[in-house]
Design a protein around this ligand. Structure first.
Ligand code: KG4
Ligand code: ZN
Length: 341
C-alpha cells in the first residue's frame, strides 16, 4: 500500500507519502513568515498560500519518496477541524486526485492524527502500539488542548478539553502582549531557558478541579493585567526572560499535573503527548520527570512531527484502511468543527 496524504488545516501546507506504516516523505511548507506581520493566521491569506504551494509540495513529497501518482493505492487529506478555506484547498485537491486515479479516499480528523503522531518515528507504529496500551494522551496545540483515553489502536475517547483558549493560544497571546513575534510559543520556550520560573506568580487554572478539562483564558488575562501594572518589566531583557519562564511554568504545571492525575485515576501506566506545544523543551522535560517519578512510560511525538504535518494524516489513514474503515464518498465535505469522539 502506498498512500499520499495532504494536510492544509491551518498555516502549513504538507504532503506525505507513507507505506507499510513508514513515512517515505513528509514535505512541509510553513506560512509562519507570511502571517507573522499580522500577529496571527489570516484565513484568506492561508487559503491562497495553500493554493500556491500545494502542487509543489505534493511534487516534492512524491519525488523524495520516488513514487509516481500512478503507483498510489489511496489518497487521504485532513477533513477537519480547521480553517474552512484552508481545509477546502487540500481536501478537494485530494478528493479530485483519488477520483482521477479511481483509488480510495479517506478524510482524516486532524486531532486524531496528532494523537497517533507519537507512533510515527522508529519501528512501525503498529508493532510499538500494543506495548503502550492503554494510555492517556495529551494533545496540545494552537487550536486544542485535550486529554484522550486510548484503550487500543483506533479506540479512544476524549476525557477533557479546553473550555476556552488552547495552551498554544495562551503561549501566542501572552507573547503578543510581551511584544514577541507570532507564533510566540517557540520564542517563549527559548527566552525561558535563561529565565527564573519563580520570578512571578501566575494562576494555574483548574489544576485542582476534579475533571480533565483545561482553561487558559484567565491566565492570559492575568498576564495582560501584570504587564499593565508592571510595564517596566518589558524594558528589561532579564525580566522579560523571567516573565516568559513564569508564564511557561504555569501552563506546563497545569498540563503535566492533569495528565498525570488522569493516568493515575484510570490505573494506566503509559502517557503520550503530541501537538505543536509538545515541541516545548520544558514540557518535554517535566513530562519525562513526572512519568519517571511514577514509573510511567512516556512516548513523545518527535519534535519535527509535533507541529502540523501530513505524515500523521497518512499514517492514520493507512491504519484505518488496513482496519477496513469504510472510505467516505468522493463528494463528502470538510468538517470545520469536527470534534474528536
Ligand atoms: O499543532 P500545531 O502546529 O497547530 C495546531 O494544530 O494548532 O501547533 C501550533 C502551536 C502554536 O500555538 C505554537 O506557538 C505552539 O504550537 N508551539 C510551541 C512551541 N512550538 C510550537 N509552544 C511552546 N513551545 C514551543 N517550543
Ligand atoms: Zn495541529
Amino acid at each position: 500500500m502506498i498512500l499520499l496524504a495532504i494536510e492544509t488545516s491551518c498555516d502549513e501546507t504538507s504532503a506525505a507519502v507513507v507505506s507499510g506504516a513508514r513515512v517515505l516523505a513528509n514535505a512541509v511548507s510553513s506560512q509562519i513568515q507570511l502571517h507573522a506581520e499580522y500577529g496571527g493566521v489570516v484565513p484568506e491569506l492561508a487559503a491562497r498560500e495553500h493554493l500556491k504551494n500545494l502542487m509543489p509540495v505534493v511534487q516534492t513529497a512524491l519525488r523524495e519518496a520516488g513514487v509516481t501518482t500512478g503507483q498510489l493505492d489511496a489518497v487521504a487529506a485532513t477533513q477537519g477541524p480547521g480553517l474552512p478555506l484552508a481545509l477546502l484547498v487540500g481536501f478537494k485537491a485530494a478528493q479530485a486526485l483519488a477520483f482521477v486515479l479511481q483509488k480510495p479516499f479517506l478524510g482524516i480528523n486532524h486531532h486524531e492524527a496528532h494523537l497517533y503522531s507519537p507512533w510515527i518515528a522508529g519501528s512501525p507504529p503498529v508493532a510499538d502500539f500494543a506495548a503502550f496500551e492503554p494510555n492517556v494522551s495529551l494533545i496540545v496545540s494552537g487550536g486544542h488542548t485535550m486529554l484522550v483515553r486510548v484503550t487500543s489502536e483506533l479506540q479512544h475517547s476524549v476525557l477533557g478539553s479546553t473550555l476556552d483558549d488552547a495552551a498554544g493560544e495562551c503561549f501566542d497571546k501572552a507573547g503578543k502582549l510581551m511584544g514577541l513575534p507570532y507564533p510566540a510559543g517557540p520564542e517563549i520556550d527559548r527566552l525561558a531557558q535563561t529565565g527564573n520560573p519563580q520570578a512571578y506568580d501566575f494562576p494555574r487554572p483548574l489544576i485542582h478541579e476534579a475533571n480533565d478539562d483545561f482553561s487558559f483564558s484567565g491566565l492570559k488575562t492575568s498576564v495582560r493585567y501584570f504587564i499593565r501594572d508592571h510595564p517596566e518589566v518589558l524594558a528589561d531583557p532579564q525580566k522579560i526572560r523571567d516573565l516568559c519562564a513564569s508564564v511557561q511554568a504555569a501552563i506546563i504545571e497545569v498540563l503535566v499535573s492533569k495528565t498525570i492525575r488522569a493516568t493515575r485515576r484510570l490505573g494506566y501506566r503509559c502517557v503520550t503527548a503530541s501537538g505543536g506545544v509538545t515541541c516545548n523543551g520544558a514540557l518535554r522535560r517535566e513530562l519525562a520527570r513526572a512519568c519517571a517519578a511514577r514509573g510511567f512510560q512516556l512516548r513523545l511525538a518527535e519534535k519535527s512531527l509535533c507541529t502540523d504535518n501530513a505524515a500523521m494524516i497518512g499514517i492514520l489513514a493507512e491504519c484505518k484502511l488496513a482496519h477496513h474503515f469504510p472510505p467516505p464518498a468522493l463528494d463528502e465535505d470538510i468538517k470545520t468543527a469536527w470534534a474528536l469522539a
